[in-house]
Design a protein around this ligand. Structure first.
Ligand SMILES: [Zn+2]
Length: 486
Protein backbone atom coordinates (compact mmCIF):
# COMPACT_ATOMS: atom_id res chain seq x y z
CA UNK A 1 0.00 0.00 0.00
CA UNK A 2 1.32 3.43 -0.94
CA UNK A 3 2.04 5.72 2.01
CA UNK A 4 -0.54 8.25 0.77
CA UNK A 5 -3.29 5.62 0.61
CA UNK A 6 -2.26 4.44 4.04
CA UNK A 7 -2.58 7.97 5.39
CA UNK A 8 -6.01 8.37 3.75
CA UNK A 9 -7.12 5.01 5.13
CA UNK A 10 -5.83 5.88 8.59
CA UNK A 11 -7.54 9.27 8.43
CA UNK A 12 -10.74 7.62 7.30
CA UNK A 13 -10.51 5.02 10.04
CA UNK A 14 -9.78 7.66 12.69
CA UNK A 15 -12.63 9.79 11.39
CA UNK A 16 -14.92 6.83 11.31
CA UNK A 17 -13.88 5.61 14.72
CA UNK A 18 -14.41 9.01 16.35
CA UNK A 19 -17.78 9.37 14.60
CA UNK A 20 -18.56 5.81 15.62
CA UNK A 21 -17.57 6.55 19.23
CA UNK A 22 -19.78 9.61 19.27
CA UNK A 23 -22.79 7.86 17.79
CA UNK A 24 -22.22 5.07 20.32
CA UNK A 25 -22.25 7.67 23.09
CA UNK A 26 -25.52 9.04 21.75
CA UNK A 27 -27.23 5.67 21.41
CA UNK A 28 -25.95 4.57 24.84
CA UNK A 29 -27.30 7.72 26.43
CA UNK A 30 -30.66 7.55 24.63
CA UNK A 31 -31.08 3.93 25.75
CA UNK A 32 -30.22 4.90 29.31
CA UNK A 33 -32.68 7.81 29.31
CA UNK A 34 -35.47 5.54 28.10
CA UNK A 35 -34.71 2.82 30.66
CA UNK A 36 -35.69 2.95 34.31
CA UNK A 37 -34.19 6.07 35.92
CA UNK A 38 -35.07 8.13 39.02
CA UNK A 39 -36.69 10.87 36.87
CA UNK A 40 -40.22 10.50 38.25
CA UNK A 41 -38.99 9.94 41.80
CA UNK A 42 -36.97 13.18 41.62
CA UNK A 43 -39.88 15.15 40.23
CA UNK A 44 -42.19 13.82 42.90
CA UNK A 45 -39.73 14.78 45.61
CA UNK A 46 -39.32 18.28 44.19
CA UNK A 47 -43.08 18.84 43.87
CA UNK A 48 -44.62 16.90 46.74
CA UNK A 49 -41.96 16.91 49.47
CA UNK A 50 -40.33 20.28 48.79
CA UNK A 51 -43.28 21.98 47.08
CA UNK A 52 -43.51 25.50 45.61
CA UNK A 53 -40.05 27.10 45.60
CA UNK A 54 -40.05 30.87 45.40
CA UNK A 55 -36.57 32.33 45.44
CA UNK A 56 -35.75 33.45 48.95
CA UNK A 57 -38.03 30.91 50.62
CA UNK A 58 -36.97 27.99 52.81
CA UNK A 59 -38.39 25.61 50.21
CA UNK A 60 -36.20 27.15 47.53
CA UNK A 61 -33.11 26.70 49.72
CA UNK A 62 -34.19 23.11 50.37
CA UNK A 63 -34.57 22.48 46.63
CA UNK A 64 -31.10 23.85 45.94
CA UNK A 65 -29.55 21.72 48.69
CA UNK A 66 -31.41 18.64 47.54
CA UNK A 67 -30.44 19.06 43.86
CA UNK A 68 -26.82 19.67 44.86
CA UNK A 69 -26.82 16.53 47.04
CA UNK A 70 -28.45 14.43 44.31
CA UNK A 71 -25.84 15.44 41.75
CA UNK A 72 -23.03 14.98 44.25
CA UNK A 73 -24.36 11.49 45.02
CA UNK A 74 -24.14 10.77 41.30
CA UNK A 75 -20.41 11.66 41.50
CA UNK A 76 -20.89 14.75 39.37
CA UNK A 77 -18.66 17.78 39.68
CA UNK A 78 -21.28 20.20 41.02
CA UNK A 79 -21.07 23.73 42.38
CA UNK A 80 -23.41 26.19 44.02
CA UNK A 81 -22.91 29.54 42.32
CA UNK A 82 -24.04 32.39 44.55
CA UNK A 83 -25.71 35.52 43.24
CA UNK A 84 -27.67 38.42 44.66
CA UNK A 85 -31.41 38.95 44.24
CA UNK A 86 -32.42 42.61 44.51
CA UNK A 87 -35.14 42.17 47.14
CA UNK A 88 -37.33 39.65 48.91
CA UNK A 89 -41.11 39.63 48.56
CA UNK A 90 -42.98 36.52 49.67
CA UNK A 91 -46.74 36.92 49.89
CA UNK A 92 -48.18 35.78 53.22
CA UNK A 93 -51.77 36.56 52.25
CA UNK A 94 -53.82 38.94 50.18
CA UNK A 95 -57.44 39.45 51.20
CA UNK A 96 -60.12 41.60 49.64
CA UNK A 97 -63.62 42.79 50.38
CA UNK A 98 -66.11 44.71 48.25
CA UNK A 99 -68.42 47.26 49.79
CA UNK A 100 -71.46 49.19 48.63
CA UNK A 101 -73.22 52.05 50.45
CA UNK A 102 -74.81 49.53 52.88
CA UNK A 103 -71.64 47.70 53.84
CA UNK A 104 -69.72 44.61 52.75
CA UNK A 105 -71.12 42.81 49.69
CA UNK A 106 -68.70 39.89 49.44
CA UNK A 107 -65.06 38.86 49.75
CA UNK A 108 -63.60 37.96 46.37
CA UNK A 109 -60.72 35.51 46.12
CA UNK A 110 -57.53 37.30 45.10
CA UNK A 111 -53.75 37.00 44.99
CA UNK A 112 -51.22 39.79 44.60
CA UNK A 113 -49.00 40.11 41.63
CA UNK A 114 -45.33 39.88 42.58
CA UNK A 115 -44.10 42.79 44.68
CA UNK A 116 -47.46 44.53 45.18
CA UNK A 117 -46.93 47.04 48.01
CA UNK A 118 -47.91 45.68 51.43
CA UNK A 119 -50.68 47.42 53.37
CA UNK A 120 -54.38 48.08 52.92
CA UNK A 121 -55.46 49.76 49.71
CA UNK A 122 -59.07 50.97 49.63
CA UNK A 123 -60.77 52.92 46.85
CA UNK A 124 -63.72 52.84 44.48
CA UNK A 125 -63.67 50.50 41.50
CA UNK A 126 -63.80 51.59 37.85
CA UNK A 127 -64.49 48.93 35.22
CA UNK A 128 -62.17 49.53 32.25
CA UNK A 129 -63.40 46.62 30.10
CA UNK A 130 -60.34 45.18 28.27
CA UNK A 131 -58.21 48.14 29.32
CA UNK A 132 -57.53 49.44 25.81
CA UNK A 133 -56.41 53.01 25.19
CA UNK A 134 -60.02 53.83 24.23
CA UNK A 135 -61.38 52.18 27.39
CA UNK A 136 -59.08 54.32 29.52
CA UNK A 137 -59.86 57.52 27.61
CA UNK A 138 -63.56 57.17 28.39
CA UNK A 139 -62.99 56.80 32.15
CA UNK A 140 -61.63 58.79 35.05
CA UNK A 141 -59.59 56.22 36.97
CA UNK A 142 -57.43 58.58 39.04
CA UNK A 143 -57.25 57.33 42.61
CA UNK A 144 -59.42 54.27 41.80
CA UNK A 145 -58.94 50.55 41.42
CA UNK A 146 -59.15 49.70 37.71
CA UNK A 147 -60.86 46.39 37.01
CA UNK A 148 -60.10 44.78 33.64
CA UNK A 149 -61.62 41.71 32.08
CA UNK A 150 -59.51 39.09 30.30
CA UNK A 151 -59.97 36.48 27.63
CA UNK A 152 -59.91 32.88 28.80
CA UNK A 153 -56.35 31.54 28.61
CA UNK A 154 -56.19 28.03 27.23
CA UNK A 155 -52.67 27.78 25.80
CA UNK A 156 -49.31 29.47 25.21
CA UNK A 157 -50.77 31.90 22.66
CA UNK A 158 -53.30 32.90 25.31
CA UNK A 159 -50.48 33.44 27.80
CA UNK A 160 -48.59 35.75 25.45
CA UNK A 161 -51.80 37.69 24.82
CA UNK A 162 -52.40 37.95 28.56
CA UNK A 163 -48.86 39.19 29.24
CA UNK A 164 -49.24 41.79 26.50
CA UNK A 165 -52.59 43.01 27.82
CA UNK A 166 -51.29 43.09 31.40
CA UNK A 167 -48.28 45.18 30.46
CA UNK A 168 -50.33 47.69 28.47
CA UNK A 169 -52.99 47.98 31.19
CA UNK A 170 -50.34 48.45 33.87
CA UNK A 171 -48.68 51.29 31.96
CA UNK A 172 -52.01 53.00 31.19
CA UNK A 173 -53.21 52.65 34.78
CA UNK A 174 -49.97 54.14 36.10
CA UNK A 175 -50.13 57.03 33.62
CA UNK A 176 -53.75 57.74 34.57
CA UNK A 177 -52.94 57.81 38.29
CA UNK A 178 -54.98 54.72 39.22
CA UNK A 179 -54.74 53.41 42.78
CA UNK A 180 -54.26 49.83 41.61
CA UNK A 181 -55.26 47.23 39.03
CA UNK A 182 -57.56 44.24 39.40
CA UNK A 183 -57.03 41.65 36.67
CA UNK A 184 -59.84 39.16 36.16
CA UNK A 185 -58.30 35.67 36.33
CA UNK A 186 -58.01 34.30 32.81
CA UNK A 187 -58.86 30.78 34.07
CA UNK A 188 -62.29 29.76 35.33
CA UNK A 189 -63.31 27.78 38.43
CA UNK A 190 -61.75 30.29 40.81
CA UNK A 191 -58.24 29.42 39.75
CA UNK A 192 -55.62 31.93 40.85
CA UNK A 193 -52.06 32.39 39.72
CA UNK A 194 -49.11 34.69 40.22
CA UNK A 195 -47.59 36.95 37.57
CA UNK A 196 -44.82 39.44 37.97
CA UNK A 197 -45.53 43.02 37.00
CA UNK A 198 -43.62 44.79 34.27
CA UNK A 199 -41.65 46.73 36.89
CA UNK A 200 -40.72 43.55 38.79
CA UNK A 201 -38.99 44.37 42.04
CA UNK A 202 -39.57 48.09 41.45
CA UNK A 203 -43.36 47.65 41.31
CA UNK A 204 -45.16 50.37 43.26
CA UNK A 205 -48.72 49.94 42.03
CA UNK A 206 -50.90 47.39 43.85
CA UNK A 207 -51.99 44.76 41.34
CA UNK A 208 -54.11 41.72 42.04
CA UNK A 209 -55.59 38.79 40.18
CA UNK A 210 -59.22 38.18 41.15
CA UNK A 211 -61.04 34.86 40.68
CA UNK A 212 -62.79 35.00 37.30
CA UNK A 213 -66.26 34.33 38.73
CA UNK A 214 -65.78 36.94 41.48
CA UNK A 215 -64.60 39.56 38.96
CA UNK A 216 -67.61 38.79 36.78
CA UNK A 217 -69.92 39.25 39.78
CA UNK A 218 -68.21 42.55 40.50
CA UNK A 219 -68.71 43.68 36.88
CA UNK A 220 -72.41 42.75 36.97
CA UNK A 221 -72.85 44.80 40.16
CA UNK A 222 -71.04 47.80 38.67
CA UNK A 223 -73.03 47.57 35.44
CA UNK A 224 -76.27 47.54 37.41
CA UNK A 225 -75.29 50.96 38.71
CA UNK A 226 -74.00 50.00 42.18
CA UNK A 227 -70.91 51.88 43.25
CA UNK A 228 -68.32 49.59 44.82
CA UNK A 229 -65.33 50.15 47.01
CA UNK A 230 -62.60 47.55 47.09
CA UNK A 231 -60.38 47.05 50.09
CA UNK A 232 -57.28 44.92 49.54
CA UNK A 233 -54.83 43.97 52.27
CA UNK A 234 -51.47 42.66 51.16
CA UNK A 235 -49.17 41.05 53.68
CA UNK A 236 -45.79 39.79 52.56
CA UNK A 237 -42.40 38.93 53.97
CA UNK A 238 -40.09 41.59 52.65
CA UNK A 239 -36.44 42.37 52.95
CA UNK A 240 -33.68 44.01 51.02
CA UNK A 241 -31.37 42.05 48.77
CA UNK A 242 -30.50 38.45 49.57
CA UNK A 243 -28.22 35.82 48.12
CA UNK A 244 -29.27 32.58 46.53
CA UNK A 245 -27.69 30.00 44.23
CA UNK A 246 -27.70 28.41 40.81
CA UNK A 247 -26.74 24.73 40.85
CA UNK A 248 -24.18 24.02 38.13
CA UNK A 249 -22.83 20.54 37.38
CA UNK A 250 -20.22 19.86 34.76
CA UNK A 251 -18.94 16.98 32.68
CA UNK A 252 -15.59 18.02 31.26
CA UNK A 253 -14.99 17.62 27.55
CA UNK A 254 -12.01 15.99 25.86
CA UNK A 255 -10.19 17.65 22.94
CA UNK A 256 -12.54 20.69 22.87
CA UNK A 257 -12.95 20.91 26.66
CA UNK A 258 -12.60 24.69 26.71
CA UNK A 259 -15.81 25.01 24.66
CA UNK A 260 -19.00 24.88 26.68
CA UNK A 261 -22.52 23.59 26.05
CA UNK A 262 -25.12 24.61 28.65
CA UNK A 263 -28.45 22.90 29.20
CA UNK A 264 -30.65 24.42 31.85
CA UNK A 265 -34.00 24.59 33.59
CA UNK A 266 -35.07 26.83 36.47
CA UNK A 267 -35.39 25.28 39.90
CA UNK A 268 -37.45 28.10 41.42
CA UNK A 269 -41.20 28.35 40.95
CA UNK A 270 -44.08 30.38 42.23
CA UNK A 271 -45.62 28.88 45.32
CA UNK A 272 -49.34 28.71 44.70
CA UNK A 273 -48.84 25.29 43.12
CA UNK A 274 -45.79 23.07 43.39
CA UNK A 275 -43.98 24.08 40.19
CA UNK A 276 -44.51 20.79 38.37
CA UNK A 277 -44.83 21.71 34.69
CA UNK A 278 -43.13 25.03 35.44
CA UNK A 279 -40.49 23.84 35.82
CA UNK A 280 -39.84 20.90 38.14
CA UNK A 281 -40.29 18.43 35.30
CA UNK A 282 -37.38 19.88 33.36
CA UNK A 283 -35.19 20.24 36.43
CA UNK A 284 -35.64 16.49 36.91
CA UNK A 285 -34.89 15.98 33.20
CA UNK A 286 -31.64 17.98 33.27
CA UNK A 287 -30.51 16.20 36.45
CA UNK A 288 -31.30 12.83 34.92
CA UNK A 289 -29.27 13.48 31.76
CA UNK A 290 -26.31 14.61 33.87
CA UNK A 291 -26.58 11.54 36.08
CA UNK A 292 -26.85 9.07 33.20
CA UNK A 293 -23.92 10.64 31.32
CA UNK A 294 -21.79 10.40 34.43
CA UNK A 295 -22.89 6.83 35.17
CA UNK A 296 -22.04 5.73 31.65
CA UNK A 297 -18.72 7.57 31.73
CA UNK A 298 -19.64 9.58 28.63
CA UNK A 299 -17.06 12.24 27.90
CA UNK A 300 -18.04 14.32 24.87
CA UNK A 301 -15.58 16.55 23.04
CA UNK A 302 -16.95 19.78 24.53
CA UNK A 303 -17.66 20.43 28.20
CA UNK A 304 -21.33 20.12 29.15
CA UNK A 305 -22.74 22.22 31.99
CA UNK A 306 -26.05 21.32 33.57
CA UNK A 307 -27.61 24.45 35.03
CA UNK A 308 -30.47 24.64 37.49
CA UNK A 309 -31.21 28.35 37.41
CA UNK A 310 -32.68 30.24 40.34
CA UNK A 311 -34.63 33.52 40.47
CA UNK A 312 -36.12 32.95 37.01
CA UNK A 313 -39.69 33.82 37.86
CA UNK A 314 -38.76 37.22 39.27
CA UNK A 315 -36.84 38.18 36.11
CA UNK A 316 -34.20 35.61 35.00
CA UNK A 317 -31.83 36.68 37.78
CA UNK A 318 -29.86 33.41 38.02
CA UNK A 319 -29.10 33.00 34.33
CA UNK A 320 -28.34 36.72 34.07
CA UNK A 321 -25.90 36.44 36.98
CA UNK A 322 -24.25 33.47 35.25
CA UNK A 323 -23.64 35.51 32.08
CA UNK A 324 -22.08 38.25 34.20
CA UNK A 325 -19.96 35.95 36.37
CA UNK A 326 -18.81 33.90 33.36
CA UNK A 327 -18.44 36.88 31.01
CA UNK A 328 -14.85 35.97 30.16
CA UNK A 329 -15.97 32.48 29.07
CA UNK A 330 -18.95 33.49 26.94
CA UNK A 331 -16.95 33.47 23.69
CA UNK A 332 -16.34 29.80 24.41
CA UNK A 333 -20.01 29.06 25.08
CA UNK A 334 -21.17 27.33 21.92
CA UNK A 335 -24.77 26.73 22.95
CA UNK A 336 -27.14 27.46 25.83
CA UNK A 337 -30.41 25.58 25.84
CA UNK A 338 -33.42 26.26 28.05
CA UNK A 339 -36.18 23.78 28.69
CA UNK A 340 -39.12 25.57 30.30
CA UNK A 341 -42.38 24.92 28.47
CA UNK A 342 -43.62 21.97 30.48
CA UNK A 343 -43.80 18.25 29.88
CA UNK A 344 -45.64 17.93 26.56
CA UNK A 345 -43.68 16.12 23.86
CA UNK A 346 -40.85 18.19 22.37
CA UNK A 347 -41.75 19.06 18.79
CA UNK A 348 -38.74 21.16 17.84
CA UNK A 349 -36.78 24.17 19.02
CA UNK A 350 -37.05 27.93 19.00
CA UNK A 351 -33.76 28.97 17.45
CA UNK A 352 -33.99 32.55 18.73
CA UNK A 353 -33.10 34.43 15.59
CA UNK A 354 -30.40 32.07 14.33
CA UNK A 355 -31.48 29.72 11.54
CA UNK A 356 -27.95 28.30 11.28
CA UNK A 357 -29.13 25.84 13.96
CA UNK A 358 -31.58 24.08 11.67
CA UNK A 359 -29.38 21.68 9.72
CA UNK A 360 -27.27 20.62 12.70
CA UNK A 361 -30.32 20.21 14.93
CA UNK A 362 -31.96 17.96 12.36
CA UNK A 363 -28.88 15.75 12.27
CA UNK A 364 -28.73 15.52 16.08
CA UNK A 365 -32.39 14.56 16.18
CA UNK A 366 -31.99 11.67 13.71
CA UNK A 367 -31.39 9.03 16.42
CA UNK A 368 -34.71 10.04 18.02
CA UNK A 369 -36.60 10.63 14.77
CA UNK A 370 -39.24 8.08 15.84
CA UNK A 371 -40.24 10.59 18.53
CA UNK A 372 -40.69 13.36 15.94
CA UNK A 373 -41.49 14.97 13.64
CA UNK A 374 -39.54 18.04 14.71
CA UNK A 375 -40.06 21.50 13.32
CA UNK A 376 -37.90 24.45 14.33
CA UNK A 377 -39.10 28.00 14.68
CA UNK A 378 -36.83 31.03 14.20
CA UNK A 379 -38.68 33.18 16.76
CA UNK A 380 -36.76 34.59 19.67
CA UNK A 381 -38.21 33.79 23.07
CA UNK A 382 -38.17 36.56 25.66
CA UNK A 383 -39.47 35.08 28.90
CA UNK A 384 -37.07 32.45 30.15
CA UNK A 385 -33.41 31.74 30.86
CA UNK A 386 -32.21 31.81 27.26
CA UNK A 387 -32.69 35.57 27.32
CA UNK A 388 -29.35 36.72 28.67
CA UNK A 389 -27.50 34.27 26.43
CA UNK A 390 -29.51 35.64 23.51
CA UNK A 391 -28.64 39.22 24.47
CA UNK A 392 -24.99 38.18 24.78
CA UNK A 393 -25.06 36.69 21.27
CA UNK A 394 -24.44 33.15 22.54
CA UNK A 395 -26.18 30.55 20.33
CA UNK A 396 -29.24 29.54 22.31
CA UNK A 397 -32.27 27.32 21.99
CA UNK A 398 -35.58 26.90 23.77
CA UNK A 399 -37.32 23.55 23.47
CA UNK A 400 -40.82 23.81 22.02
CA UNK A 401 -43.41 21.37 23.32
CA UNK A 402 -46.79 20.08 22.36
CA UNK A 403 -49.07 21.87 24.85
CA UNK A 404 -49.91 19.63 27.79
CA UNK A 405 -51.65 21.11 30.83
CA UNK A 406 -49.38 24.12 30.52
CA UNK A 407 -51.36 27.29 29.73
CA UNK A 408 -54.31 26.40 31.93
CA UNK A 409 -52.20 25.70 35.01
CA UNK A 410 -49.43 28.22 34.35
CA UNK A 411 -48.20 29.76 37.65
CA UNK A 412 -51.44 28.57 39.23
CA UNK A 413 -52.37 26.62 42.33
CA UNK A 414 -53.11 23.71 40.00
CA UNK A 415 -49.53 23.30 38.66
CA UNK A 416 -48.99 20.02 40.51
CA UNK A 417 -47.34 16.65 39.87
CA UNK A 418 -50.56 15.08 38.54
CA UNK A 419 -50.51 17.53 35.59
CA UNK A 420 -47.18 16.26 34.24
CA UNK A 421 -47.07 14.11 31.12
CA UNK A 422 -44.63 11.58 32.56
CA UNK A 423 -44.42 9.51 29.40
CA UNK A 424 -43.51 12.48 27.22
CA UNK A 425 -41.11 13.77 29.87
CA UNK A 426 -39.21 10.49 29.58
CA UNK A 427 -39.06 10.76 25.78
CA UNK A 428 -38.07 14.42 26.08
CA UNK A 429 -35.09 13.42 28.20
CA UNK A 430 -33.87 11.24 25.31
CA UNK A 431 -34.47 14.06 22.79
CA UNK A 432 -32.55 16.62 24.88
CA UNK A 433 -29.79 14.08 25.52
CA UNK A 434 -29.38 13.52 21.76
CA UNK A 435 -29.27 17.24 21.01
CA UNK A 436 -26.86 17.93 23.88
CA UNK A 437 -24.39 15.32 22.66
CA UNK A 438 -24.88 16.53 19.10
CA UNK A 439 -23.67 20.01 20.03
CA UNK A 440 -21.02 18.67 22.37
CA UNK A 441 -19.48 16.40 19.71
CA UNK A 442 -20.03 18.38 16.49
CA UNK A 443 -16.75 18.84 14.58
CA UNK A 444 -17.83 22.09 12.89
CA UNK A 445 -20.62 23.97 14.59
CA UNK A 446 -22.48 26.18 12.13
CA UNK A 447 -23.50 28.50 14.94
CA UNK A 448 -21.26 31.09 16.54
CA UNK A 449 -21.56 34.08 18.85
CA UNK A 450 -23.28 37.04 17.24
CA UNK A 451 -21.93 40.57 17.20
CA UNK A 452 -23.91 43.49 18.62
CA UNK A 453 -24.77 44.58 15.06
CA UNK A 454 -26.15 41.11 14.28
CA UNK A 455 -28.08 41.14 17.55
CA UNK A 456 -29.52 44.57 16.83
CA UNK A 457 -30.80 43.15 13.55
CA UNK A 458 -32.41 40.17 15.35
CA UNK A 459 -34.01 42.53 17.87
CA UNK A 460 -35.35 44.69 15.02
CA UNK A 461 -36.42 41.88 12.67
CA UNK A 462 -38.21 40.04 15.47
CA UNK A 463 -39.74 43.17 17.00
CA UNK A 464 -38.29 42.34 20.42
CA UNK A 465 -38.53 45.91 21.73
CA UNK A 466 -42.06 45.39 23.01
CA UNK A 467 -41.15 42.14 24.84
CA UNK A 468 -38.03 43.68 26.33
CA UNK A 469 -40.07 46.64 27.54
CA UNK A 470 -42.58 44.21 29.03
CA UNK A 471 -39.81 42.91 31.30
CA UNK A 472 -38.41 46.41 31.87
CA UNK A 473 -35.18 45.47 30.09
CA UNK A 474 -35.30 47.67 27.02
CA UNK A 475 -33.47 50.64 28.53
CA UNK A 476 -30.71 48.44 29.95
CA UNK A 477 -30.32 46.73 26.57
CA UNK A 478 -30.13 49.95 24.56
CA UNK A 479 -27.77 51.54 27.13
CA UNK A 480 -25.46 48.51 26.97
CA UNK A 481 -26.08 47.65 30.64
CA UNK A 482 -27.53 44.24 29.81
CA UNK A 483 -26.27 41.98 27.05
CA UNK A 484 -23.45 42.44 24.61
CA UNK A 485 -22.04 45.95 24.54
CA UNK A 486 -21.31 47.78 21.27
ZN1 LIG B 1 -40.78 28.58 33.81
Amino acid sequence: MKPLSLIILLALCCGLSSTYAQSTQTSQLITAMLADTPLEEDLQHLCDVIGGRESGSEANDAAVEWAFAQMKAASLDVQLEEFTMPSLWLESATTASLHDADGEVFSPMVVSKYHSPVGTHRSTVAFARKGSQKDFQSLDVAGKWVLVETEKCMDIAGLFAEYTQAYEVEERARDAGAAGVVFMSSRPKKLLYRFTTSRGVAANLPQIVMAREDAQRCIRLLESGIELELSVTVTARESAQFTTHNVIAEIPGTDLADEIIVIGAHIDSWALGTGANDNGCNVALVMDIARQMQRLGIRPRRTVRFALWNGEEQGFFGSHAYTVDHAMELDRHRMAMSIDIGSGRIIGFFTNGDERHYEQLDRYLEPVSAMGPFLHIPNAIVGTDNLDFLLQGVPNLVANHKPYNYGLNYHASSDTYDKVDLQSLKLNSAIIAAVTLGYANEPNLATSRMTRAELDKVVKDQSLEFSLRMFDLWNDWTAGNRGLKN
